[in-house]
Design a binder for this molecule. Structure first.
Ligand code: BES
Ligand code: MN
Ligand code: ZN
Length: 512
């Protein structure tokens, strides 16, 4: 897909299709009015006759409209103008893009970026239009021998801005959005790959390949022997049941002076989670190939930072292994000594994410980080608590927590702050070791976060439980099921906000 920005009136565009909005009830947007003026009120007449109410999800396609130079005009319903917020805007773009892709106009000039979205500036509107377009057109068909081909797919989309003054900001938005979209696509592709292809070794190879693309990227892969030497027995305990060698992947991007403490992202990379000896039920077990979405998304965010050459230092740590049962596998009752020295009694081998993450969190200490954010499909309980809209957010530093909440709102990749109170810590007590690896049946997402917090005491730390946001399950009513690429947009927004002087978007409190 090719994206670009321009300013100019819709009736003057010589293109396959011009896209303009219509509000409910039957009200033309400013750009639609421009066209209406050129064609003797053709559009307003159609609305009066009831051809289009303007509800979100409605469209009307017109051919050869007099007074315009485009082959077609696509009218897109935008709902009530006063109610147009982030969610509505995304639905409008999604509908427009799907319609354009199916109708055979390969090139289009889209005026929906000029809509008045509550509290959002041109940077935000262009950024999300580009990201949403890429998301809408995403398909994972690498492994299908017969692909669903669109005969004349959408190839080029030009987003419009009202005045030339807005061009620089809109172009910046377009550039950053394309990098983010590429990072999201990478995360989705890795996560959608089957677990027989996407193994820890495969991820290590893909990470290693990044070194050849950017000169300020380096990659280190720790194998079982190296991890043994470091005392990563919690991670190695999980890996014991599998024949695939475990890998700890460490990516390093240096975008500013070496002395600047890095941000560290840690991503859970269980390439398949069967539960181990505490075997999961068979139904939907295939979905546990997505248990490496934490790793896939920090990988995706990493490539965006490198692509945009952000002026910061970033380290990504991806502990990767399978969780399988075997004669060598970890058992309930086993006690492991983690790299931190703390001992862990295993009560359930299906609580494996925290075991690989705790050693990665200890390893992160050596980078003397400014902040550490771990990302993990950690608990089914998080889905029970929050559903599938926000990722669960925990942390030990209020500033970091607020930065992530703000980044979530501005990137439309939201998080919800969860409690990490001392009272919950007691649930992890074990009579035989420093702690148990599970905290009982209640508050499962919280006790998992409590477990991790014990390994993150030496720096500012946040944890994202993405169990509900990382993929669309089979049951969802969507064309594209599978990985969402979340929270790549959130992580990148967090990085962008670190040094953007001008606000990238107006922050408004519209959800509490
Ligand atoms: N990867 C799963 C969590 C998960 C389950 C994410 C379903 C998304 C959908 C994790 O390793 C796990 O199995 N967690 C257990 C923890 C329990 C044993 C304390 C869970 O959530 O059931
Ligand atoms: Mn598990
Ligand atoms: Zn898991």
């Amino acid at each position: 897909m090719e994206f670009s920005i321009k300013s100019g009136h819709p009736e003057k565009q010589r293109t396959a299709c011009v896209v303009v909005g219509v509000y409910e009830p039957r009200r033309l947007s400013d750009m639609a009015k421009h066209i209406d003026d050129q064609c003797d009120g053709l559009l307003s007449n159609m609305l009066r006759r009831g051809d289009l109410e303007g509800k979100i999800g409605q469209t009307l396609l017109l051919h050869n409209v007099a007074g315009t130079l485009a082959d077609r005009i696509l009218l897109v319903g935008c709902g009530r103008e006063r109610e147009l917020g982030d969610t509505q805007y995304q639905k409008i773009i999604e509908k427009a893009v799907n319609t354009l892709n199916e109708m055979g106009a390969m090139e289009t000039v889209c005026y929906l970026t000029e809509l008045n979205v509550k509290g959002r500036d041109i940077y935000w509107r262009v950024r999300h239009a580009v990201e949403m377009t890429a998301n809408t057109l995403y398909r994972f068909d690498q492994l299908k021998t017969k692909k669903d081909v669109t005969r004349r797919p959408l190839r080029k989309i030009i987003f419009s801005v009202t005045s030339r003054r807005e061009l620089p900001l809109a172009e910046k938005a377009c550039h950053e959005a394309q990098a983010i979209a590429a990072g999201v696509k990478l995360a989705k592709d890795l996560a959608n790959l089957p677990p027989n292809i996407c193994t820890p070794s495969y991820l290590a190879e893909r990470a290693h390949n990044l070194c050849h693309i950017h000169k300020n990227v380096s990659c280190e892969i720790l194998d079982a022997e190296a991890m043994q030497a470091l005392g990563m027995n919690a991670l190695l305990g999980v890996a014991r049941g599998s024949n695939e060698p475990a890998k700890m992947i460490v990516l390093n991007y240096q975008g500013t002076k070496k002395s600047q403490p890095p941000i560290v992202f840690v991503g859970k990379g269980i390439t398949f989670d069967s539960g181990g000896i505490s075997l999961k039920p068979g139904l939907d077990m295939d979905q546990m190939k997505f248990d490496m979405c934490g790793a896939a998304t920090v990988f995706g965010a990493f490539t965006v930072a490198a692509e945009l050459q952000l002026p910061l230092n970033l380290v990504c740590i991806m502990p990767c292994t399978e969780n399988l049962p075997s004669g060598h596998a970890l058992k309930p009752g086993d006690i492991l000594t983690s790299m931190s020295g703390q001992t862990i009694e295993i009560l359930n081998t299906d609580a494996e994410g925290r075991l690989i993450l705790c050693d990665a969190l200890t390893y992160a200490e050596r980078f003397k980080p400014e902040a550490v954010v771990d990302v993990a499909t950690l608990t089914g309980a998080c889905i029970v608590a929050l559903g599938r809209q926000p990722s669960g957010l925990y942390g030990n530093n209020p500033t970091l927590i607020n930065e992530l909440i703000t980044a979530g709102k501005n990137s439309a990749d939201r998080v919800w702050d969860m409690p990490l109170w001392d009272e919950y810590q007691d649930l992890l007590d074990s009579p035989f070791a420093d702690m148990a690896n599970i905290g009982g049946s209640e508050g499962g997402s919280i006790t998992a976060a409590c477990f991790l917090s014990r390994f993150a005491k030496k720096y500012h730390w946040a944890h994202l439980d993405i169990a509900g946001t990382a993929w669309y399950p089979r049951s969802t009513k969507r064309v594209t099921k599978g990985a969402t690429g979340r929270p790549v947009p959130l992580l990148v927004q967090y990085l962008l906000d670190k040094f953007h002087t001008e606000p990238t978007a107006v922050e408004i409190d519209n959800e509490e």
